[in-house]
Each structure stands twice: as C-alpha cells, then as structure tokens.
Design a protein around this ligand. Structure first.
Ligand SMILES: NC(=O)c1ccc[n+]([C@@H]2O[C@H](COP(=O)([O-])OP(=O)(O)OC[C@H]3O[C@@H](n4cnc5c(N)ncnc54)[C@H](O)[C@@H]3O)[C@@H](O)[C@H]2O)c1
Length: 352
C-alpha cells in the first residue's frame, strides 16, 4: 500500500518535494496540503490533483492519516510544523535551514526521538554527483589530510525578495539561506567533524538592491517594496575538532564579479575545486591538474528527486538517511555562533 504524504507550506520549493514523491510511482501518494495564506492550499490541491487541503497544519494532521510530511514553510514555521507532524506520528522531511536557531532545532530532534519517527533535513546539496564524488575522494584518502576549505556562495544582485528579507520569518539573510547549503556540504564531505569555534562578521551595506533586475531566482513571496532587515553579506571562519578550518563567504548582494564563488577543499596530497570539478596535485617534479570525466555536477531537479527518494527509502528501512536531524542541529549551532560572533565582534566557542 502506498505511503500517504502531506505538504505543509504550498509554496515554491514544495513543488520539488511533490515531484520527488511522484517520481516514486505507487510507493507514495501525496494526498493533502495546507497553507496559511487564504486560498493557496486550495489552488495548489486543484492544480496537482490532491484529495484535500487545509488552511493550517493541525487540521490536516488531525483529519488525514499521513505517514510522511514535507515541511516547506518559511523558516520561522519549521519547528512548530515539524513538531506537530512528528507528534501526529508522521515521518518528516524539513527544508533547510532546519530552524531559526539551535534551540528550536534541538526541540525538533527531541520530538523525532520521543515519537520514534525519522526527521530528515533538506540538505539537497548532499545528493549531488559533486558531493558523492568529493566524499568518495576524501574517504579514499586521495586528498590526504584535509586541513582547510573555502565555501563561497556569492550573489552580486540576488536577494530573492519576500520573506527572505524579513528576519522575523527567515532568521537571517544569505548566511542562513545560502551559507547553510555550502557549510553543510563541506562539513559532510570532509567527514562531519564537530565544529568547536567560529569567528564571523555580517554586513548590511547594500541592502535589498531590488532596483536591479538580476534575472536570477525570485521567491513566490516577492513584493514590490520588500522588507530588508537581514545581512547582505556574511563571512566566517569555522574551526573543527580535527583542527581543520572552513572559510565561508556568502552574499545576497555584493560588488563582485558575477558568478564568482566556489567550493575548495585542501589536503596535503591534493586540493579539490567543485567548479570545475578538478584535483590540484603534483606528479613527480610537476604540478598536475586532474579533471575527472563524467557528470560531476549538482542538478537541482534530479537531486531533489534523489533527496525525496532517500527520505522514503530511509522510512521503509531500505537505506540510511543521508541528512539526519543531528546534522541539522550541528549546523544551526554553527549559524548561531556566527551571528553571535558578528554581534559581539569576537570569536565564539560552540557548546556541546
Ligand atoms: N533546498 C533548496 O535549495 C531551497 C530552495 C528554496 C527554498 N528553500 C527552503 O524552503 C522553504 C520554503 O521556501 P519557498 O521558497 O518555497 O517559500 P514560499 O514563500 O514560496 O513558500 C512558503 C509557504 O509556506 C507558507 N507557510 C508559512 N507558514 C506556514 C504555516 N505555519 N503553515 C502552513 N503554511 C505556512 C506560506 O504561506 C508560503 O506559501 C524555506 O525554508 C527555504 O529556505 C530551500
């Protein structure tokens, strides 16, 4: 019998979850959705042929006998909705960032534990071919000892608009929206070391830059005169218990060259860049740059499908969950510490 799925938050990214479930054929039926914006859940249910729709998650969870729930609301509702779904006995996949802060994230992880349900975090970048291959190279020792990495996710003019600029709903700007992807990706690839301290700084020197038509991705929630109470640039150094250090820089808006930014991982035998996917090393008395043949990239649509498949496989005991709740909590501890360090102007230790 098909597992029954419901969606909380019928916005942009929920469609990627829906697509992923439907790719699984008769293993999953998406039966219901809810959204607090009047009329939105109904339109969504009609567009995608769902059996029911609601204007809040509590009624959906009470009336529908769901096995799986996708939490795809804005960030400030993740904890409340995920905990409600876990308490209703559902397995949950929650979009990144896991929550507004580590305290909320821990409460979600505790609810999963208490109810004996899976809580997976939507770290979609873990499901790309680049992540698979980079992890394999690091695990095989091809890079040697990894001691430094750089994760740069810079947009020159790329504020998505809408709630993404409203700190009360997003929790922050590019750090919590974009930085979360690349910090998690590097941490995952280099073996999930424990973060121990950070030094961070945030800036708001450019603001929304919404007079520029940037042609990039724009949120469904975008409005003409957006709120902008978040940082536009964040930078940080994260130290792990292995001694490795990760340098991060991430922006919505920055006066940089368009398309700048990469992920680089440095070991004493070889270094690795993601764009292009290349190893930098030495052979005899020469420096050597090695390009690996094949598809070594991230593909948004394919990798969302893989993420949802991994969620369902893990629920059915067919695979290990690639992005468990504990990793989401660790990531929120890093983000909390970066924002705190930026606030006080000093480095911050991460308490475990
Ligand atoms: N993995 C990725 O690459 C990726 C990309 C974009 C967005 N996201 C994440 O997905 C989430 C949603 O982003 P989006 O772009 O789809 O936003 P969106 O604004 O398009 O959709 C969010 C929806 O949630 C609804 N909502 C808010 N609170 C709710 C509640 N308590 N109950 C029910 N519905 C509620 C809103 O009304 C809205 O319709 C965010 O956490 C974002 O960070 C992830």
């Amino acid at each position: 019998m098909a597992l029954k799925a419901g969606i909380i938050g019928a916005g942009g990214i929920s469609r990627c979850h829906l697509h992923g479930y439907r790719e699984l054929g008769d293993r999953v039926e998406v039966v219901s959705c809810c959204d607090i914006e009047p009329g939105k859940a109904q339109r969504y249910a009609e567009e995608y042929g769902l059996k029911s729709y609601y204007d809040n998650c509590y009624d959906m969870l009470k009336n529908e006998d769901l096995d799986l729930v996708s939490v795809t609301t804005w960030n400030s509702a993740h904890a409340e909705c995920a905990i409600a779904a876990l308490n209703a006995g559902c397995h949950v996949i929650c979009e990144k960032p896991m929550a507004m802060n580590a305290k909320e994230a821990q409460a979600m992880a505790d609810a999963a534990e208490k109810n004996g349900r899976l809580l997976m975090i939507g770290f979609v970048r873990r499901h790309g071919n680049d992540a698979y291959l980079a992890k394999e190279l690091v695990d095989n020792g091809d890079l040697g000892e990894v001691y430094f990495a750089k994760a740069s996710y810079l947009r020159r003019a790329g504020f998505p608009g809408g709630w993404f600029g409203d700190k009360s709903r997003s929790g922050g700007g590019p750090l919590i929206d974009l930085g979360v992807h690349v910090i998690d990706l590097v941490k995952y690839v280099i073996g999930n070391p424990k973060p121990v301290s950070v030094y961070g700084a945030t800036f708001d020197k450019i603001g929304a830059r919404d007079h520029i038509r940037h042609g990039g991705w724009v949120s469904e929630s975008a409005v003409e005169k957006p709120i902008f109470t978040v940082e536009d640039l964040a930078v940080a150094m994260i130290r792990f218990d292995t001694g490795a250090v990760l340098q991060v820089e991430t922006s919505f808006n920055l006066n940089t060259k368009s398309g700048s930014g990469d992920i680089e991982i440095f070991g004493n035998k070889a270094g690795l860049t993601f764009s292009p996917f290349e190893l930098h090393t030495e052979k005899g008395d020469r420096l050597a740059d090695i390009t690996l043949a094949g598809d070594n990239g991230f593909d948004f649509s394919r990798d969302f499908d893989r993420e949802i498949k991994n969620f369902v496989d893990a629920v059915e005991g067919k695979a290990a969950c690639i992005a468990p709740a504990a990793d989401g909590v660790a990531l929120m501890k890093i983000l909390d510490a970066i924002y705190e360090s930026a606030r006080i102007g000093k480095s911050v230790d991460i308490v475990w």
